[in-house]
Design a binder for this molecule. Structure first.
Ligand SMILES: [Zn+2]
Length: 400
């Protein structure tokens, strides 16, 4: 049976132990020791990592009597005694966040009678699920405030084993699901719950507890939060972002939302004005083209023009305006990349799709469509110009 050193001292980072069993777990070598400071995955807390005689420990599993250390490589058979070292920064992060979770869970009970029904800790997230919905921002702030007061009171965090008979008198935060002796973790006179995890020795070591967001999940609310080093990293990142934005916009950090709102309104107004100007330009251009289009008896007026600097949306708009004038066939190129736009008015019988297919086949491009409007594209402007030069002949062919 492996002695769990972390139960007596969560601050022990290295130890020596005897190898008592060897195995293979999912194709990786694993060893069990007579004693270990490695915390195995369980109770919501991820396992420790570290080394045994220098061989990396990648996973730690609790099999009841034995704790298995899954290794990245083989531990030599001669190594019957090992020196273990745990990754302290990872463990410390787990301790701060696990203790912070106990504090916040009890804070939600005291402020809003909201019980934590599940919790989860990973390298990147910490959450509790509350059996309540509809908690306001103010309600969340209440619980956060109380949690941070408890941190400042620097209450001792202690653990002890109690028998099943003692439980009824002990008013636990949550009824444990297992029978038999239990390990209780107590935070001064504030909180008492069954827990197998590793904790800091006093609440001040948790550092800041900061709620990030609440998310409704069915009839529960999931609270995302950070404690200690994670809260500091979160603050640092957000402070840096705010500072960079304030520098970028040349304003005080506190004025950022006002400045961004003003810019947003200005951008909307600019966009609206630009669209209006573009429409006016396109309409004026349509009139100019119609005035200069060659009139040739009963033949459709062929309008051919190129707009390399225009947005394709504008050129399309121009083609569609010209389509509204009787007796016209319009062949335009334009856009950021060379595109072809062909439109014909209702009273002209030529198929626009057929024209596009003929033009791209002759000049080298691709495209299609049918009826009174069709589009194509060219790999370069040279081919687009070539298509325009061929337009008169292609239209004449299509009429025959
Ligand atoms: Zn716990």
């Amino acid at each position: 049976m492996t002695i769990r050193l972390y139960y007596d001292n969560a601050y022990q980072t290295d130890f020596t132990a005897d190898v008592v069993a060897r195995a293979e777990i999912n194709g990786q070598p694993a060893v069990a020791l007579d004693r270990t400071a490695f915390y195995p995955t369980g109770g919501g807390q991820p396992s420790d990592t570290g080394t045994l005689n220098g061989v990396p420990v990648v996973d730690v599993r609790d099999e009841g009597d034995l704790i298995w250390h899954v290794l990245a490589g083989l531990l030599p058979l001669d190594d019957t005694t090992v020196r273990g070292e745990i990754d302290w920064s990872r463990r410390w992060d787990h301790m701060q966040n696990h203790s912070g979770q106990h504090i916040l869970s009890q804070s939600f009970i005291e402020t809003h009678d909201a019980l934590t029904v599940a919790w989860h800790l990973s390298d990147t997230s910490l959450t509790i699920d509350l059996n309540r919905i509809g908690l306001s921002d103010e309600a969340l702030a209440d619980a956060e405030r109380l949690a941070n007061l408890v941190v400042q009171r620097n209450l001792p965090i202690t653990a002890r084993i109690v028998s099943e008979d003692e439980l009824p008198a002990l008013a636990l935060r949550k009824q444990p699901a297992i029978d038999g002796p239990l390990r209780l973790v107590e935070i001064g006179d504030f909180d008492r719950v069954a827990c197998s995890g590793t904790h800091v020795a006093a609440t001040a070591q948790v550092g800041l507890i900061k709620l990030l967001r609440a998310e409704r999940r069915g009839q529960e609310t999931r609270i995302h939060f950070v404690c200690g080093g994670r809260a500091r990293a979160d603050y640092e990142r957000k402070h840096d972002l705010t500072r960079r934005l304030a520098l970028r916009f040349g304003c005080a950090e506190d004025d950022l939302d006002t400045v961004v709102e003003r810019m947003h309104e200005q951008a909307n107004a600019n966009y609206k004005a630009l669209k209006e100007a573009q429409t006016a330009l396109v309409e004026a251009e349509a009139q100019r083209l119609l005035a200069t289009a060659a009139r040739n008896g009963s033949e459709p007026h062929l309008i051919v023009a190129q707009y390399p600097g225009w947005q394709s949306e504008q050129v399309k708009q121009l083609a569609l305006i010209l389509r509204g004038f009787p007796g016209t066939v319009t062949v335009l190129t334009g856009g950021a990349a060379p595109q072809l736009f062909v439109a014909r008015s209702e009273d002209v019988s030529i198929d626009a799709g057929q024209l596009v297919r003929a033009l791209v086949a002759a000049a080298g491009g691709k495209g299609g469509g049918r009826g009174d409007y069709a589009q194509g594209a060219f790999p370069d402007w040279e081919r687009a110009a070539q298509a325009l030069a061929l337009a008169a002949d292609v239209v004449a062919d299509a009429r025959n």
